[in-house]
Design a protein around this ligand. Structure first.
Ligand SMILES: C[S@@+](CC[C@H](N)C(=O)[O-])C[C@H]1O[C@@H](n2cnc3c(N)ncnc32)[C@H](O)[C@@H]1O
Length: 451
């Protein structure tokens, strides 16, 4: 007996007709392995066959032990299945990536779409990545910290809190929690959990999420709605429901030669990825333009953000590229930097949302001394030449990431940046012949080396 639910197979057979056999066969095959590189941390393209719809995506021939690759921990790439990289085409074809955009990724953990969006936006744009589940918001913040972009804010709010930000966003991505039909090949639990009732429950939750967030989209702004499921209830039907209440336009994306299926139900245009047609998992995306006026928001200064003390600002400025474009502020007991152009926006976000992180945590002050933060080591703005660095090989890099005792050569005292193959991994504090490992305890690798 097949491990896939009967009702699911029946619906998919109707949808795919003669292709159904090939589709089922593909579900029993191996899933392709793909990664997406961080262009700000890679001078050269990674090896491997390119993902056709993404400038940063690559297929790998085999699945390496990602955990034991130090470059992953330094944010040089993100492991992501290929179909979901298609949002890149919505951004490239339907937005002006040179303009300063406010972008919301509403259901963002663990951060696949958010890290991708940051690689696409100009540095004048702002990305707000939200995740409603607290523990998942921490994972999101971790992945975004490793990616290293300053124009990024992580929030942990319910979608309805975004109603307090009418017309704030130019682009909104809703990668909605779904019944996961497109993941059945890899995720056996999704197949076990699937039922028509579960699909109906997901569809009503998705409607609520979209309706809650909708007021925060600007007039003429675009919503990129996606799921990793095939059924119409969670896709077209939700968007038809949205169209009944609001003035919207569905937008086309060019998919020339990629074997992606363009579907149309009434005027909803959708893009479906089936694993027997493309190298990737199941995925659905639709792009919707809002054609209604949204009230505009009055920006107010934020009193929670205290400017960094003047006597240390010069030092902090020497640590990064383009210090003239950022402001340094103190939040709780940390010093941060954040794009100057968006400080008023950050004020608004603080007022209405639970902000988990904003910009780059740079340092803490202890007994009048500045201690560099891990996020600074990960930052794409770090001015490396102003720090002492220690280049390490693979074994030493893994010892560092596991927080095992290090066997580094004797050095000058002070903070050193640990670098593996040109990718920064974090700080050590050298006491001359001993080193304090400053890699975050909660992120250390627990896996033993196998070779
Ligand atoms: C498909 S996943 C997002 C994947 C992510 N965009 C990425 O690319 O890595 C959907 C997310 O929605 C979150 N979620 C669950 N229920 C939600 C709700 N009621 N409102 C908003 N988000 C919710 C889940 O915790 C999950 O992180």
């Amino acid at each position: 007996m097949s491990r896939f639910p009967e009702a699911f197979q029946e619906e998919t057979r109707k949808r795919l007709g003669n292709d159904f056999g090939l589709f089922m066969e593909s579900l029993n095959g191996a899933a392709p392995v793909s990664i997406r590189q961080n262009p700000a941390k890679n001078a050269l393209p990674l090896p491997g066959k390119p993902v056709p719809w993404s400038a940063f995506g690559r297929y790998l021939e085999t699945r390496p032990s990602f955990t034991l690759d130090p470059r992953l921990h330094g944010g040089a790439y993100y492991v992501q299945e290929a179909s979901s990289m298609f949002i890149e085409q919505a951004f490239r074809q339907l937005t002006d990536l040179h303009a300063p955009l406010n972008v919301l990724d509403l259901c963002a953990a663990p951060g696949g779409k958010s890290t991708h969006i940051l690689s696409l936006l100009s540095d004048q744009s702002l990305l707000v990545s939200n995740e409603v589940i607290r523990s998942r918001a921490s994972v999101l913040a971790e992945n975004l910290q490793k990616w290293g972009y300053q124009n990024s804010v992580v929030t942990n709010s319910d979608p309805d809190h975004f109603q307090s930000l009418p017309g704030f966003f130019d682009v909104m991505v809703i990668d909605a929690p779904c019944s996961g039909e497109g993941l059945f090949r890899k995720d056996h639990e999704a197949a076990e959990e699937w039922s028509p009732q579960h699909v109906a429950l997901c569809a009503s939750r998705q409607k609520r999420i979209v309706a809650d967030a909708w007021p925060a989209l600007k007039e003429d702004g675009i919503l990129i709605y996606c799921t990793c499921t095939y059924n119409e209830q969670e896709n077209e039907d939700n968007l038809l429901w949205l169209r009944e209440q609001h003035d919207v336009e569905f937008l086309k994306v060019s998919i020339d030669g990629w074997n992606i299926q363009e579907t149309k139900k009434n005027d909803v245009i959708g893009y479906r990825f089936f694993p027997h047609r493309v190298e990737g998992e199941g995925f659905f995306m639709s792009v919707i333009r809002k054609k209604q006026v949204s009230p505009s928001l009055r920006l107010k200064a934020n009193r929670d953000l205290t400017p960094a003390p003047a006597k240390i600002v010069n030092t902090l400025q020497s640590w990064i590229h383009h210090p003239e474009r950022v402001s340094f502020f103190q939040w709780k007991d940390l010093l941060y930097f954040f794009p100057e152009a968006h400080t008023l926006h950050l004020g608004m976000l603080h007022q209405h949302l639970k902000v988990v992180n904003a910009g780059i945590a740079t340092a803490t002050v202890k007994h009048d001394k500045l201690i560099p933060e891990h996020a600074l080591a990960m930052s794409t703005d770090l001015r490396r030449e102003n720090f002492k660095t220690l280049s390490v090989g693979h074994d030493e890099a893994i010892r560092y990431l596991r927080r095992d005792p290090l066997t580094l050569p004797e050095t000058d005292k002070g903070y050193h940046l640990i670098v593996f193959e040109d990718v920064a991994l974090g700080w050590v504090n050298s006491l001359g012949n001993r080193f304090n490992n400053m890699y975050p305890v909660e992120w250390r690798i627990r896996m033993q080396k196998t070779s």
